[in-house]
Design a protein around this ligand. Structure first.
Ligand SMILES: Nc1ncnc2c1ncn2[C@@H]1O[C@H](COP(=O)(O)OP(=O)(O)O)[C@@H](O)[C@H]1O
Ligand SMILES: [Mg+2]
Length: 283
């Protein structure tokens, strides 16, 4: 298998020196993967993301980027290559206009002025934010702020993007828009790691599901395999996706083929029931 783009090796992290927020976490992330990170509140997902991009330094273990362990000097390159979209936009936004906010990252990279301008323009176009250029971010709606924080990371041109519960503050239209952006980023070759409590989204979107509980990874595999593991669901208090339940019911009634994998989407299920090829989108 090819070299993972980013690796966590046996990470330990504690905020108070007593309880381990991360308790021996290892994960290999390969280019182009779409990883859903699942698990209850307090399981260590955010801490893991912050260690992965170098905001926090693990007490033990290491982060490996393109096969090379990241030391103090490599930290800057790590946060360039692996960008994080914070759960709470207000924790990320620092500048007084949208354009200044999105240019902050590339300016910090000391890129030439016209390259900074090009990246900002591209990121604002991508997130449909050109009309907001001169607006103060704190005046924007939750969904608009979320788009600004994604534009921040796009302007860094990070290869890996970590999204910490990106849908948490969004309405259904905002969620749909976000999923569209995630689809385009993935089709463009980006590696995406997303923590979420939305099992239906995780099931239709992810190529891999990683489950956290008590600071450890307790399951890692194909979404269908992970969601069929009753012990994992119990330990992490997860509910299986609705589609998998419906599919099981159809199979039990002899209405779906006994040997087929569960389709990732309702459209895929319709295609399976009609005996057609599943749609190309999703898994
Ligand atoms: N800034 C912090 N200070 C102290 N403890 C924290 C802080 N952030 C998280 N923790 C603790 O670390 C553990 C893991 O939290 P977190 O990584 O935020 O989990 P998740 O993102 O899965 O909800 C929890 O026990 C939480 O209370
Ligand atoms: Mg969190």
């Amino acid at each position: 298998m090819e070299q993972p783009v980013l690796q966590a090796k046996d990470l330990y992290f504690s905020y108070d020196g007593k309880v381990n927020a991360l308790d021996g976490v290892s994960l290999d992330i390969h280019a182009g993967e779409r990883i859903a990170v699942l698990g209850p509140n307090g399981a260590g997902k955010s801490t893991f993301f912050l260690c992965l991009n170098g905001v926090l330094t693990p007490a033990r273990g290491e982060i490996v980027l393109d096969g090379r362990p990241v030391d103090k000097k490599g930290r800057k390159r790590l946060c360039e290559r692996a960008g994080i979209v914070f759960q709470n936009a207000d924790d990320q936004i620092i500048a007084s206009t949208v354009a200044a906010e999105v240019s902050f990252g590339p300016m910090n990279l000391r890129l030439p002025k016209d390259e900074v301008a090009r990246r900002v323009d591209h990121a604002l176009d991508y997130m449909d934010l050109q009309a907001f250029r001169a607006r103060p971010p704190h005046e924007l709606s939750g969904g608009e702020k979320k788009r600004v924080t994604i534009a921040d990371i796009l302007a860094m041109e990070s290869e890996v993007i970590l999204f910490d519960e990106p849908a948490a503050s969004l309405d259904p239209a905002g969620e749909e828009r976000l999923e569209g952006v995630l689809g385009r980023l993935s089709a463009g070759g980006r590696t995406l790691v997303i923590s979420t409590h939305d099992m239906d989204f995780a099931f239709r979107w992810a190529t891999r599901a990683v489950v956290f509980a008590g600071g450890k990874i307790i399951a890692d595999g194909a979404p269908e395999t992970v969601f069929r593991d009753a012990e994992t669901l119990r330990r992490a208090h997860l509910k299986p996706p609705m589609l998998l339940g419906v599919f099981e019911l159809l199979r039990a009634r002899g209405l779906a083929p006994a040997d087929a994998a569960c389709p990732a989407s309702v459209e895929g299920l319709a295609a399976l029931l009609d005996g057609a090829e599943p749609p190309a989108c999703g898994r």
